[in-house]
Design a protein around this ligand. Sequence first.
Ligand SMILES: *[C@@H]1O[C@H](CO)[C@@H](O)[C@H](O)[C@H]1NC(C)=O
Ligand SMILES: *[C@@H]1O[C@H](CO)[C@@H](O)[C@H](O)[C@H]1NC(C)=O
Ligand SMILES: *[C@@H]1O[C@H](CO)[C@@H](O)[C@H](O)[C@H]1NC(C)=O
Ligand SMILES: [Cu+2]
Length: 354
Amino acid sequence: MFSHILFLSPLALQAIAFPSHLESRAGPCRKPSVRQEWRNFSKQQKTAWIDAFKCLESKPHDPTLQPVPSAPGLPPMNTTGSLYDDFTYVHINLYPFIHFNALFLPWHRWYLHTLEQLVETECGYKGPMGYWDWTKDASNLKESTMFDGNKKSGLGGFGKANNDFVVKDDAFADSVRSYPSPHTISRNFSETPFDENRFQPTPWIITKPKTRIRDVVTPGTVQSVINGHQGDFKGFLDAFDIVEGFHTGVHLMVGGDLMDPAISPNDPLFFLHHGMLDRVWYLWQKKSTRNKKAFSGGLTPGLATLEQFLEFRSAGMDPQASLTTPIPNANFRDAVTVGDVLDTESGYLCYVYE
Ligand SMILES: *[C@@H]1O[C@H](CO)[C@@H](O)[C@H](O)[C@H]1NC(C)=O
Ligand SMILES: *[C@@H]1O[C@H](CO)[C@@H](O)[C@H](O)[C@H]1NC(C)=O
Ligand SMILES: *[C@@H]1O[C@H](CO)[C@@H](O)[C@H](O)[C@H]1NC(C)=O
Ligand SMILES: [Cu+2]
């Protein structure tokens, strides 16, 4: 793990404010793609999804990626890595601008959509995108069927202590990730993931370290988030992304690459976990017209001290974001605004969750 500091200067925020070639994106959505729960993929579909990811590992670095000035401590760009590494690097580079603020959900929605475009256009993938409904696993997380050890169709389980927790039983066992330095992924399960100093680099915002993950990823927790905060995006985001909650909790529970916040897309589970998070936002948006249009919150993460975090929490501090705020993209693929990704079924996006 590497530690870095998340204090952003106004200059750094300006640097991300205007990605290049911003254009309006409108269009009808006649046949939305359907994102499926991973356990609802057939074995052949799982293999095809995994093969598409491996295909991205075989493609070279894309020189159009242009990192923005970012937080000290983040790894520098490695131009001999793969296109998969580039995609991870977009997350590493923009990490301080897209978490614990208003952009968290819109940015990750753009990120998943960009992945979908990458596997389709670069690798000819035609199957569905997926999500991991961890509420199905709350009573038995470590033994979840997500952690399937099939070399062709399995995402694999957890590593062993005598082997630095490197995952060996998955289809990605030979996949080298370049960030922060070349390695294959690791995972180390924890029942109480908010404890044990797993949460870096801002450990001071954890106030309930004994929280058990099984009590957090329940259907009831998710349902109350979806049912709450009518029309109030900021309130919804605060409830959705509390620190001892399901977003952070699942990252920390799996451990290894997934718990290291900036490099977490190294583990393909990232995309299925964030698929679920995007789906929870989607289900909240479906609740009412007011929810569907709601968006608010600040652009600066309030993470400097616990006092600051308790005041601003996950929805960020000034300056305030709006529908015309650009989604930071480090010049990688489409430059769009928050307004472009609010509706998954019209304009720029065209998908639903089953
Ligand atoms: C699984 O897929 C079937 C159709 O392929 C669908 O009817 C069902 O609702 C899906 N189940 C879940 C849990 O999404
Ligand atoms: C960059 O990534 C490539 C491919 O993973 C690796 O061989 C090389 O050692 C990396 N360079 C650095 C400086 O980490
Ligand atoms: C792995 O997880 C266990 C249990 O949560 C913890 O005690 C241990 O320190 C972790 N080891 C590493 C290397 O992360
Ligand atoms: Cu992220």
